[in-house]
Write a protein that binds this ligand. Structure first.
Ligand code: ZN
Length: 275
């Protein structure tokens, strides 16, 4: 037999009462919220009563809004991580930061401060096209430092970065020669011209063939014309670098007050921690 409407209502009322009892609710009473005025509160076995439903709704809305903001923040962070991946920084350097660069002497501290300063003030340096030259011994963490700068430039300044080596630039340009080439020399050059910051590693490693000197001038001059900064990493000291790159390229790097950071201390860990 179908339960009548009143029977049904009575049974719902009874289960509601049991539910309220188990939750410690003893009845209802009028209550007042300072912000939202009168409401009917549930009175509780311990003498208290439930809080304003409008306040509860508002707290929920705030929590939901915070969650949306957090989701957006995570989406932005994920996008930045992808961009950092696209910077083509070698895998072993993607986790390198200023925080995990170990300083054991004063000169390391000077180098660290100079690179941190460059990263922190990247907006100004970029506006002036000011280049950064990291010069010195193998194993003193020049690439680590450049990767740390890249991380700040991408994550904090939201600018794009490309890391490459001189050998790779030369390969790309060579590959553009000939009728079968997939891209023109102009397109190959544009690849290195486009990024807000270009990191050029292993500069002068082959002590500068004429071709390398020509390509380096083309890339650095194109970026100079666009007022875009380049970070140059080399194991050579300044005088040898001039020999490897040529005067006019070095002049371009100096324009706008290029900053030279020396990594010229002897590293005890040089044999273990190359780069
Ligand atoms: Zn309220």
């Amino acid at each position: 037999m179908e339960p009548t409407r009143s029977n049904h209502a009575a049974s719902v009322g009874a289960s509601l009462a049991r539910l309220q009892q188990s939750a410690g609710i003893t009845g209802t009473a009028p209550a007042k919220c300072q912000d939202h005025g009168d409401y009917i509160a549930n009175t509780l076995a311990d003498g208290g009563h439930t809080s304003c439903p409008t306040c509860a709704q508002q707290r929920l809305a705030v929590a939901e809004a915070e969650e949306r903001v957090e989701q957006q923040r995570q989406a932005i962070a994920a996008k930045l991580e992808r961009q950092l991946g696209q910077a083509l920084i070698p895998v072993r350097f993607t986790t390198k930061t200023f925080e995990n660069y170990r300083t054991e002497n004063d000169r390391q501290q000077v180098a660290l401060s100079a690179c941190q300063g460059y990263a922190a003030n990247f907006t100004e340096h970029a506006a002036d096209g000011r280049c950064l030259l990291l010069l010195g011994h193998v194993g003193n963490g020049k690439t680590h430092m450049a990767a740390a700068v890249a991380g700040v430039v991408v994550r904090e300044h939201r600018r794009n970065v490309m890391y490459t080596t001189v050998a790779r630039v030369c390969q790309q340009v060579k590959a553009s020669y000939g009728k079968e080439a997939e891209q023109s020399e102009r397109e190959a050059m544009d690849l290195f011209r486009a990024p807000d910051l270009l990191i050029l590693d292993e500069v002068g490693a082959s002590y500068g063939t004429d071709f390398e000197r020509m390509v380096m001038f083309e890339v650095i001059n194109a970026r100079y014309e666009d007022v875009k900064p380049t970070i140059v990493i080399s194991n050579l000291a300044a005088p040898a670098l001039v020999g490897a790159l040529g005067d006019r390229t070095v002049d371009r790097l100096r324009e706008g007050g290029g900053i030279v950071v020396k990594f010229d201390w002897d590293s005890a860990r040089r044999e273990v921690d190359r780069g």
